[in-house]
Ligand binder design. Structure first.
Ligand code: ADP
Ligand code: MG
Length: 238
């Protein structure tokens, strides 16, 4: 497990600046939630950390290593997407194994990791099915299991709960919190949902219009919002 350092990272799409000199230190083992409205650049930040998007300026370190010039597969991260991004033609087991084959992990290790992850997410009975035969909630559990088997230094979650119905969202949120405790892993999670941020985060980073508005514990953000935007967005008492 590793910490993450973002040093004045910026991203432009054409003439439009989407992320403007964002800096942040995330400690190893910390659960950090980026919270902000739709379009504020949350996914872009995660994609830059994962290497799915280049950075225009600034540096990204994961642990001691500078990673912003490395390919996604070289960064030791695993990302869980809002739309699950499973391979429809593969069984669940093959979906879980896929990310490991190219790192050359041996067969026994792969199947042990899959069995353990499947057990912890209660998807053992689904291993021979294909994604099309699963419910949304089951697909999301598979997507989370696929991240776990990689044993990444860093987990990245892009609104992983927003396609689930309310009851399932609550349950999966709790399971993610337990997973974080059990693995002690560094997790970066983005969402537009205040409740998710408040319940999951060690620290919340409130994003608005390409910049960080405030960084703090859930209590600090709620009790002492630094700006009117934060107060309104998290629904602080007046
Ligand atoms: P969020 O995840 O917070 O909803 P995004 O990071 O997806 O926001 O997007 C931030 C802004 O960047 C939005 O205005 C979006 O339209 C724009 N954007 C994202 N990806 C691209 C892209 N590949 N090309 C052009 N604009 C993009
Ligand atoms: Mg997004």
């Amino acid at each position: 497990m590793s910490g993450v350092r973002l040093s004045r990272i910026s991203k432009r799409f054409g003439d439009v600046t989407v992320i403007d000199q964002v800096s942040l230190d995330i400690e190893a083992g910390e659960f950090v939630v980026f919270l902000g409205p739709s379009g504020c650049g949350k996914s872009t930040i995660l994609r830059m950390i994962a290497g799915l998007e280049t950075v225009d300026d600034g540096e990204i370190h994961i642990g001691e290593r500078r990673v912003d010039h490395l390919k996604p597969g070289e960064r030791g991260v695993a990302m869980v997407f809002q739309n699950y991004a499973l391979y429809p033609h593969m069984t669940v087991r093959d979906n879980l194994a896929f990310g490991l084959k190219n790192v050359g992990t041996d067969k026994q290790v792969i199947s042990k990791r899959i069995d353990e992850a499947a057990q912890s997410l209660e998807i053992t009975a689904l291993l021979d099915r294909r994604p099309g035969q699963l419910s949304g909630g089951q697909r999301q559990r598979v997507a989370i299991a696929r991240a776990i088997v990689k044993e990444p230094a860093l987990f990245l979650f892009d609104e992983p709960l927003s396609n689930l119905d309310a009851a399932l969202r609550g349950r999966t949120r709790l399971e993610l919190a337990q997973l974080h405790q059990r693995l002690g892993a560094t997790m970066v999670f983005v969402t537009h949902d205040q409740v998710e941020a408040m319940t999951l985060a060690d620290r919340i980073v409130v994003l608005n219009e390409c910049k960080i508005e405030q960084i703090g514990s859930p209590m600090e953000i709620y009790r002492r919002p630094a700006t009117q935007f934060v107060a309104t967005f998290v629904g602080s008492p007046r």
